[in-house]
Design a protein around this ligand. Structure first.
Ligand code: ADP
Length: 473
């Protein structure tokens, strides 16, 4: 007989409806990958719930239900809509706190507190309205973690059945705002927790506390959040929950990111025709206005301009490589100060360094397909997608040994790895990589090894399925 596991998957964003960052990739891919694992023995009925942000693009939305959440002396109306994508039901929650906040993530913490508290509590209510009960509620990051807490307190109050709660940690430092007042307004009780005082009123810690399982987006990050350096003040609490904490590496969309079919790049190639990358390198050099020299190492940075990503270390490293023959392209947007540093680097080294300060998915693909190396000197990196995409395109990663970078890139096998968050450590790793590059046979082997790695979602989905199965036993 087929066993069914119902999973309600909650996220602030999911491709193709709304995507701001890596979470959108994950929530766009993982639920589908999970459903695809269904077979004669097990059926995974995974359904996605998203806020109906004003920027959401969704076709054929069907109105589903209108209900309300009590708030103080009055109530807030919730409108639920439904659509399907590749057969998967996707629910959208709308209401005043979502309509009135134009961006997915606002700079105004108060607006986001209102939106995501409302969303998490409304999403929790949704199953009752659609006559479909989840066995697992899977929340992602602080925006939806409150659902897990709400489910637990509701179970206590109403003696409701146990629904397993999973929280995936994509970025621990973002724990959400103080929602103490909102919890009181919505009538959600504050439980006695073993959280630090400051964390007791924040959605992420409350969700972690109430969860049955905590998943970090790489095994490396799962280990790191237990330490003072990366635990953001929750390391002692997470140590106590160590038994429920695991790491499952994110995947990448291996159909979209495929050098054999990618239409954004000049020439398609695979691991047996790596030499064709030289044409893409030349096209890229031409597009960027760099000398058309096949032998100069072309280094790339494709990243949010953020200190988390260590792009400042990379800039200082490039500045310190005056006597080395190289070219570099920086593609990114973000912190205006870092953008300014990138611009000034380009001014200082106009023949060598190009700064493209915008979001440009097509150029990113051309860089992956043409550059020799990608630099990722992150200060912390829960998983990191860019190094996996780069490897798939034979662009060799030079990364700091941190989080998911440490898990996915192996020294001399698929890339180059350094330990210290210091620009000289990066310089030294780049020099080692350049030396290796001079030996084209050895270099191609590293490229090929990376291209042949399996970074598909299927492997991640299997690990999540195992987890769900242990939780619903
Ligand atoms: P993050 O912490 O930003 O989620 P990841 O490495 O996990 O970092 O994912 C970043 C993704 O965004 C990668 O797919 C990368 O190619 C893409 N990206 C980052 N900056 C840009 C940009 N300026 N233009 C195009 N793509 C970008």
């Amino acid at each position: 007989m087929t066993k069914t596991i119902n999973v309600l998957f909650l996220a602030a964003e999911a491709d193709p409806f709304v995507k701001v960052g890596g979470l959108g990739d994950v929530a766009g891919s993982l639920p589908q990958a999970l459903r695809a694992l269904s077979n004669d023995e097990i059926k995974l009925d995974v359904r996605l719930v998203l806020p109906h942000h004003p920027v959401v693009k969704a076709e054929n939305l069907r109105p589903l239900e209108v209900f309300s959440l009590p708030r103080g002396d009055s109530e807030v109306a919730v409108e639920a809509f439904e659509t399907t994508i590749h057969g998967m039901p996707v629910y959208f929650i709308d209401g005043e706190p979502i309509r009135s906040n134009g961006s997915v993530y606002s700079l105004d913490a108060k607006l986001d507190a209102e939106k995501y508290t409302f969303f998490s509590l409304a999403a929790m209510e949704l199953p009752n309205r659609i006559n479909w009960q989840p066995d697992v509620v899977h929340a992602n990051d602080w925006h939806t973690a409150l659902s897990i807490y709400g489910n637990l307190t509701k179970r206590w109050e109403e003696n409701a059945r146990h629904v397993a709660g999973v929280v995936t940690l994509h970025n621990l430092p973002f724990m959400g705002p103080d929602i103490n007042g909102l919890l009181a307004a919505y009538g959600v009780k504050l439980a006695q927790t073993d959280l630090p005082d400051w964390a007791r009123v924040m959605p992420m810690p409350l969700g972690l506390w109430a969860s049955d399982a905590i998943v970090a987006v790489s095994p490396g990050y799962a280990g790191e959040v237990l330490t003072e350096e990366f635990g953001c003040g929750l390391h002692d609490f997470l140590q106590l929950r160590k038994e429920t904490l695991s790491g499952i590496l994110n995947g990448i969309d291996t159909i979209s990111f495929d050098p054999t079919t990618d239409t954004a790049i000049g020439v398609n190639y695979d691991s047996s025709t790596i030499e064709k990358r030289a044409i893409n390198k030349k096209l890229l050099q031409d597009r960027l206005g760099l000398a058309l020299d096949p032998n100069i190492p072309l280094l790339a940075i494709i990243s949010r301009m953020d200190v988390q990503k260590g792009v400042d270390l990379a800039f200082t490293a490039l500045k310190n490589m005056k006597r080395i023959n190289f070219q570099a392209v920086i593609l990114g947007t973000g912190d205006p100060k870092l953008e300014e540093s990138a611009r000034s680097l380009q001014e200082q080294f106009p023949d060598k360094i190009k700064a493209e300060l915008r979001f440009d998915a097509k150029l990113a693909r051309q860089i992956y397909a043409g550059a020799d190396m990608i630099l990722m000197p992150s200060r912390y990196e829960p998983c990191g997608l860019a190094q996996m995409i780069a490897m798939r395109y034979g662009c060799v990663p030079v990364v700091r040994a941190v989080g998911g970078l440490k898990d996915t890139v192996k020294q001399d096998e698929t890339g180059f790895v350094f330990e210290k968050a210091h620009h000289m450590s990066l310089v030294s790793a780049i020099k080692t990589a350049m030396k290796t590059m001079a030996n084209s046979e050895k270099w191609q082997l590293i490229q090929r090894n990376g291209m042949l790695k399996d970074f598909s979602w299927e492997a991640s989905a299997r690990a999540y399925l195992d987890l769900y199965q242990t939780l619903v036993k």
